[in-house]
Every structure is written in C-alpha cells, then in structure tokens.
Design a protein. Sequence first.
Length: 253
Amino acid sequence: MPRTKFIAGNWKMFTTAQSGRELAAAVVKGCAGWSRVRVAVCPPFPYLNVVGEVIRGTPVALGAQNVYPADEGAFTGEVSPAMLKDVGCRYVIVGHSERRHILGETDPLISSKVQVALTSGLDVILCVGETIFQRKSGQTEAVLDTQLTGGLRGVKGDQAERLTIAYEPVWAIGTGVNATPDQAQESHLFIRRRCADLLGPEIAANLTIQYGGSVKPENAASIMAQPDVDGALVGGASLKADSFLAIVRAAMA
Ligand code: PGA
C-alpha cells in the first residue's frame, strides 16, 4: 500500500482570530473534493477553537503546536493533551526545532510529551533535524539518531501507528534555503531505517515522514517525489491559502 501524503500547516505565532478563521475557511474550500491527501492546520493555542469551528466536519484536521506532558495540574501557562482533544485537535507537533533551540526543550522532555500525547489519543508529529554546523561537521545522522532514539523511547508498536516524523533541517527552516530532493531523501531513508530498528520494520514501512524547511509551491513536487518523502510540514507558505493549497495539490501528483 503506498503511503498517503500528509501536508500540515504550522502557523507558528502568526495570524489573528479573524485572519485564522479566513485562512482556515479558504483551506477548507480549496480542499473540497480532495481525498487523496491528509491535510491539517496547526494554529496558535488561542485560535484552536475558532479555527476548529471553521474546519469541523471537513477533511481538514486540527493540530496544536505544543503540549505539556501531564493530564492536568499546577503547570501555569501550559496546555494538556486532554485540553487539546477537548477543542478538537487530532494532531500535536512535538519537538519543533524552535522549541528545542529557542525554548530549550531536551530529548527527555520531548520523549515524555510524545508518550503522554500518544497515550491520550493525539496523533504526534515529532520533528527532528540538524543545524548547519552539525551538517557541515558530518554529524547529521548522529543527530537524527539521538533525536529519534530519545524522542521515541517508550513508544509502543500500536501507538506508533499514530506517529508522523517531520524531518526539518534547522538550516532550512524559514530561511528560503530548502534541502535538495536528494538531501531530503538521504535523511528520510536514514530516519526510516532507524525507525525500523526502534519500532519494527512494518511500522517503519508504513510510517509517514514529512519534510519541512522552506517548502514552497515551486519546490514541493520535486521533494515529495522522493520515495521516502511522504508530505510536508509547512511554515511560512501555510499562511497564505494559495501557496498552501498549491503544496497540497503537489502532494496529489
Ligand atoms: P518554513 O517552516 O516552511 O517557514 O521553513 C517550517 C517549519 O518550521 O515547520
């Protein structure tokens, strides 16, 4: 069975209630009648509800950008998996490089988020990727290995069906410099092989591995044509319906 492509829009700390509502409505309209691609949008926390109302009952799914690894408690400023489920989220992004590098998230924290989110019934998009320094010094595979081993610790086989990996080289995020199709394929193949060791060959064969980092309508098709690239996690280009929908269209090619 070929893997279904999955395009997710990571809106980061952009949009307003009004612009988020309009963007979501345009995405829903543009995706009407398309069923061959999985599509999700991930607005900021305060807009999950408003965007959720717009996309409810449509094929466009709701995702969050972060989660705290506990059901509830005295964790000021944090949001639990149950709360995300309650407002209609299917997905949550965990371990985004902006959270690793700007907010200081570590692999053990990321691992507990992955586990608690999966146990709570959320589908997890786990982000991994190397910095430019790590790539230039030949550490790409070692970094991916550490992030996968750390992030997937304790994940059980049946839970892994709700897991997506997003390969997001840090040097490609928001820079306009995307990985070439060959660079993406090389890393994706490495990730799939490592996931075969960690989760089993069957899970790895069915695992969705998205590419993220300056995905645009102009480069989406060639990157997603690679055999181990199963979609995209899109930042900047997901903030405009036209460019996001062009990427969704490229995934159907
Ligand atoms: P970008 O961001 O598409 O703006 O590079 C991707 C991401 O951070 O998920």
